[in-house]
Design a protein around this ligand. Sequence first.
Ligand SMILES: NC(=O)C1=CN([C@@H]2O[C@H](COP(=O)(O)OP(=O)(O)OC[C@H]3O[C@@H](n4cnc5c(N)ncnc54)[C@H](O)[C@@H]3O)[C@@H](O)[C@H]2O)C=CC1
Ligand SMILES: O=C(O)[C@@H]1CCC=N1
Length: 271
Amino acid sequence: MDFDEIATRGLVLLGCGKMGSAMLAGWLRGGLPAASVTVLDPHPSQWVQDTGVVINGDLPQDPAIVLIAVKPQMMGDALPALKNLGDGSTLFVSVAAGTPIAAFEEALGAQSPIIRAMPNTPAAIARGITAIIGNPHASAADLDMAEGLLSAVGQVVRLEDESQMDAVTAVSGSGPAYVFHLIETLAAAGEAEGLPPELALHLARATVAGAGELADTSDESPAQLRVNVTSPNGTTQAALEVLMDAADGFAPLLKRAVQAAADRSRELSNG
Ligand SMILES: NC(=O)C1=CN([C@@H]2O[C@H](COP(=O)(O)OP(=O)(O)OC[C@H]3O[C@@H](n4cnc5c(N)ncnc54)[C@H](O)[C@@H]3O)[C@@H](O)[C@H]2O)C=CC1
Ligand SMILES: O=C(O)[C@@H]1CCC=N1
């Protein structure tokens, strides 16, 4: 990404907790100068303080981008700090779950270009994926700038309709947590089979990382990659008969989990 315009006009990051820091880490590593970033956060972590970004200082006159990364519940307290910011060309990008574009239009002015985005924490190692959608005032150039910035921390997909955001949040926004829990539970199951805890965790972590990388880079579908592991009447088949049980296997369980996350996203949208 060519950070020139953002470096010149500045980037304001409202809220720099886990998600804000994950993205900031990627941008700084990608070459965005720390001095061009102003973080507004009442409790900046030591890591943020050590990056060299401006913290709770004066805001640039008309920053290129204001990225909003506070909890949806804190939005009411946080947004007034952005009132009257920019000259109409400042692009607002929110990564908050369950906060509709309409809420930002109400707080920031209906004419403001606003993009709603849903990233995930692998952004910290430039392996995130972010879905974006803009309001009618977000131009093609605005969408390109947001995509450029977010591409510095992983892949970007554009949505056709804001209503897709609840399902996106449930799949890729929250998804890393499901995978981390898979690692935890796979390790615990290995321990239950007699492995020492450290070895079980090492095996589980490397297996999920390796399988994820293979699924991401292979020409074969995940279903085929699964078949490739499964010898007829072997060990994998025995495990998959449990995991693929139609009534209480992995599929109905994950479907319920993703549905619960999407429902919560819809609830947050309704305040
Ligand atoms: N953590 C994740 O994996 C993802 C989070 N998100 C979204 O990102 C947003 C932030 O989530 P996290 O980083 O996980 O939360 P967090 O709690 O780690 O970070 C929130 C930050 O906002 C700061 N803050 C609180 N009140 C503020 C105010 N009035 N002004 C400025 N800053 C204020 C807090 O001090 C904190 O550093 C949420 O809206 C969440 O829905 C989106 C995708 C993934
Ligand atoms: O749990 C949450 O609400 C946020 C949104 C997606 C991931 N973390």
